[in-house]
Structures are given as structure tokens and as C-alpha cells.
Design a protein around this ligand. Structure first.
Ligand SMILES: Nc1ncnc2c1ncn2[C@@H]1O[C@H](COP(=O)(O)OP(=O)(O)OP(=O)(O)O)[C@@H](O)[C@H]1O
Ligand SMILES: [Mg+2]
Length: 177
């Protein structure tokens, strides 16, 4: 229950603008690599490989270290729950923006739910019972926390073939911030 309360408080605080965003310049690719490595031991126990695309771009962003870390934690925990064999991480830059992608090869997300999953407490029902864990707060937190840093988050998915969660942030010094 305390996890639920903490989750609600976090989401409410950040919604009310009470969770300060403290910006620092950080390398998104290094950050993604660091976070990926943290989840490799858990992943290997589940026979899931986590790999960072070697063709990724190195991108500097202004972001809140702590918030970004919690965003990625939520995405990795979800991906580890649904992935069949692999989680692929990449960072790509385009037009002053950078996109960090965390993709799994799990059941994917039906079209009708691709926006709803970012709402508080929303969880997809599943007959196999695989879907319901937690409280449906993780992605709501991610959305609010990414938007608080001037970015956006969305999911691309081919049902049955996996889900790719993407976070777009401005590249530091691109003039967009
Ligand atoms: N990688 C994924 N593949 C398939 N479905 C997903 C994936 N990530 C999230 N979902 C769906 O989106 C719902 C919402 O995710 P969210 O992280 O907000 O909540 P949760 O994981 O159920 O609970 P919490 O994060 O609070 O522990 C999930 O319940 C699940 O139905
Ligand atoms: Mg979650």
C-alpha cells in the first residue's frame, strides 16, 4: 500500500508543480547505457537480453537526473514484465531533438489503449492475467515527468510483436530549450 501512496503523491506533486525540476546537462546515451546495465542481472535471470544499439547517437540534454532515472526505471520494469526475449535501447538525434527508445518484444499494446495507458490508474485487462501488476501509475508518472522537462513520451506498437516507448527531449544548446 505504501508504494501506492508514494506513487499517488509523486504524480500529484509533480502535477501541482511541487516537484522541482533541477536541470543539469547530461549525456542521454551514457545515461541510457548506465540504466540498461543496472537491469541486465534481472533480465538475464528471465533470459531476456538488454542491448543498446551501437549505432546510437551521443546526445547532450538538459534534464533532471533523478526524474529521468525514475522514468527509465518505470519503462525498464514494464519492459521486463512483458518482453519475451529482448529489450532494445537506442538514442537517435534529428532536427535538434533526441529520441530515446526502449523497445520490448512482448505482447504489445492494442491501438485503442496507446494513449490511455498514460492516464493515472489505467491498466489493460487481460484474460491470461498477465497484465495487472502495480497500480497503473508508472506511465502516468513518466508522462508528467517527461512533460515537466519540456519533452514528450509516446508508444509505438505492433500488437503481438512488442512495444516501443519513446521519449523525445530537446538537445542541449540546440536553441529549442
Ligand atoms: N511494455 C509493455 N508492454 C505491454 N503492455 C504494457 C507495457 N508497459 C505498460 N503496459 C500496459 O500499460 C499499463 C499501464 O502501465 P503502468 O506502468 O502505468 O502501470 P503498471 O505497470 O500496471 O503499474 P505500476 O507502474 O504503477 O506498478 C500496464 O498495466 C499494462 O497494461
Ligand atoms: Mg509500470
Amino acid at each position: 500500500m505504501s508504494t501506492l501512496i508514494k506513487g499517488i503523491l509523486d504524480v500529484s506533486k509533480i502535477e501541482a508543480g511541487e516537484m522541482p525540476v533541477s536541470y543539469m546537462e547530461l549525456n542521454l546515451l551514457d545515461f541510457a547505457r548506465y540504466m540498461s546495465e543496472r537491469y541486465i542481472p534481472i533480465a538475464s535471470k528471465k533470459k531476456i537480453t538488454i542491448s543498446v544499439d551501437p549505432e546510437s547517437d551521443s546526445a547532450m540534454v538538459y534534464a533532471d537526473n533523478e526524474l529521468l532515472s525514475r522514468i527509465l526505471q518505470n519503462l525498464f520494469v514494464n519492459a521486463l514484465r512483458y518482453a519475451e526475449t529482448r529489450i532494445d535501447v537506442s538514442v537517435k538525434c534529428h532536427n535538434g531533438k533526441t529520441i530515446l527508445c526502449i523497445a520490448d518484444d512482448g505482447i504489445g499494446i492494442p491501438k485503442d489503449y496507446r494513449e490511455k495507458i498514460f492516464e493515472k490508474f489505467f491498466q489493460i485487462d487481460d484474460v491470461a492475467g498477465k497484465r495487472k501488476y502495480g497500480f497503473g501509475l508508472g506511465l502516468a508518472f513518466c508522462k508528467i515527468a517527461v512533460e515537466a522537462q519540456g519533452g514528450c513520451i509516446w508508444v509505438e506498437s505492433e500488437e503481438g510483436k512488442g512495444a516501443a516507448f519513446k521519449i523525445q527531449l530537446d538537445i542541449a544548446g540546440s536553441g529549442a530549450v
